[in-house]
Design a protein around this ligand. Structure first.
Ligand code: GDP
Length: 477
């Protein structure tokens, strides 16, 4: 299935030249009237922050997207920020300090609640913080294909420097293509040594602006509050560069930040609106469930009637707790919502069955005692389902009469030790597309001599596999 570039752009409500620019980055030179194949299109769609839905198998969802895509004129929106960093470097303290600073600035107090996100007003604009600190939430979102964060604040304690989770956070932000701002925290401490921190960051490729790099560094203290305003300024400056925009009109779309079941009130979900306006009474479709948003509550526990882009809001009315990172959208018609929810349930079941089937096939080969002389075995992990589907299809197509490509296992998310174990027992290479191996997996690869490779460009991955097939590339380095 091919699609014409201008049609693809129109489906995403984007300009053709934006699509062409993304294609160029991927090494494809095309004009807007040329067509590209499905795998490439899927990557473009992911790259531009949308979710790929294939017409052939997902005509239903496609029609749904068609009916809501028109959002009219767009308007500037606030940046959405996630705080990451090593344990005890002050992520929670910083989130609290920013919140306190805002209340002190004369905002109506209210009872602040933890709903997973909050926003602050500054003289130069609004900023929204996702207040589940740490990498787990960020990775969970990404693994579900959601792009909820515009800017990552990397907290580094001035008295401790770059630590393992600092480096991990840098990797996550890079992999997600999200700009970093560094907050050197605990500057009030006697032992603070910001120069050392900047040296260590530079060694990781995070070079301060003062040193000729492009990363904003803010020295601050979450305890005293010194430097918090500078951090907010840095965020707003970065946001200006990003030119963040979204429509305030039309049906709301966005992402589930967190959810839980409350004994009295049932499912409670925090949604981050990314486009359009979410109103009380709207029919919300989130992942495989839907329901009417009965009550909208902001982070101060106040009931609100409607919220626009970059705003978090807690809603009641879904039948169950949706997953963090699930995309949501408002649909006009209950029958459509049910159809799509049921369709997605069936699709998820199918994906699981396919996976089990693939494993069984693998067992058949093993039981037959066949040597995998003529196959390249792959354990494949990717950041989003769309990329995984595109890569799986493209890899299968590489197979020839002499050499087949066997995808022993594929999945969304970071490469874990269990993936490496599987690779070891099946003689596979481990390929990560826009994902990395966790520490345990990396160590196991090193110890056991398993080939582990990372990619962010589909063609590079395919080229390497092709090379491996023709024996040009030794399967282990
Ligand atoms: P997290 O694990 O990154 O969320 O770190 P926390 O916010 O829990 O902070 C870890 C410890 O560092 C706590 O004991 C804080 O009181 C302390 N801390 C955080 N920020 C500062 C700061 O600016 N100055 C000093 N002196 N201590 C801080």
């Amino acid at each position: 299935e091919n699609i014409v570039v201008s049609d693809l752009a129109q489906k995403m409500a984007r300009k053709s030249r934006d699509v062409i620019r993304v294609l160029m980055k991927m090494g494809e030179m095309v004009n807007e009237s040329q067509s590209i194949d499905q795998a490439t299109a899927a990557l473009v769609v992911e790259e531009m922050g949308h979710t790929a839905v294939f017409v052939s198998d997902n005509a239903l969802e496609d029609s749904l997207m068609d009916s809501i895509v028109d959002h009219g004129d767009d308007a500037p929106r606030a940046p959405v920020v996630t705080i990451m960093g090593h344990v005890d470097h002050g992520k929670t303290s910083l989130l609290d300090a920013i919140r306190r600073a805002k209340v002190a600035a004369g905002e109506v107090g209210g009872i602040t609640q933890h709903i997973g996100a909050y926003h602050v007003e500054t003289p130069r604009g609004m900023v929204t913080f996702l207040d589940t600190p740490g990498h787990a939430a960020f990775t969970a979102m990404r693994s579900r294909g959601a792009k909820a964060t515009d800017i990552v604040i990397l907290v580094v304690a001035a008295d401790d420097g770059v630590m393992p989770q600092t480096a991990e956070a840098i990797d996550h932000a890079r992999a997600a293509n999200v700009p970093l701002i560094v907050a050197i925290n605990k500057m009030d401490k006697e032992s603070a040594d910001p120069d050392r921190v900047q040296n260590e960051l530079s060694a990781k490729g995070v070079v301060p602006e003062d040193w000729g790099g492009d990363t904003q560094i803010v020295k601050l203290s979450a305890h005293s509050g010194d430097g918090i305003d500078n951090l907010l300024d840095a965020i707003l400056l970065q946001a200006e560069v990003l030119e963040l925009r979204a429509s305030t009109k039309g049906a709301a779309q966005g992402v589930v930040i967190e959810s839980r079941i409350d004994k009295g009130r049932g499912a409670v979900a925090t949604l981050l609106v990314q486009k359009g306006t979410l109103k009380k009474g709207d029919l919300v479709l989130a992942g495989t469930m839907y329901g009417r948003a009965r009550a909208l509550t902001d982070e101060n526990g106040k009931l609100v009637k409607a919220v626009g882009p970059s705003m978090p809001v807690e809603i009641l009315g879904l039948p169950e707790a949706p997953g963090a990172g699930d995309e949501f959208l408002v649909v006009a018609d209950e029958r459509k919502a049910r159809e799509v929810a049921e369709f997605r349930l069936a699709r998820d079941r199918q994906v699981r069955m396919d996976m089990q089937q693939a494993m069984k096939l693998e067992n058949v080969f093993a039981n037959m005692g066949k040597k995998e002389a003529a196959s390249v075995n792959i354990v494949l992990k990717a950041d989003v389902r769309g990329s995984l589907e595109a890569l799986t299809a493209a890899l299968h197509d590489l197979g020839t009469d002499e050499v087949v490509v066997k995808i022993v296992s594929s999945g969304v998310g970071a490469i874990a030790e269990s993936d490496v174990t599987l690779a070891e027992s099946t003689g596979s290479v481990v390929l990560g597309f826009n994902v990395r191996a966790d520490n345990g997996a990396r160590a196991k690869c090193q110890n056991d001599g398993i080939d582990l490779r990372y990619y962010s460009i589909i063609y590079e991955l395919l080229d390497d596999v092709k090379a491996a097939m023709s024996g040009l590339l030794s399967p282990e380095r």
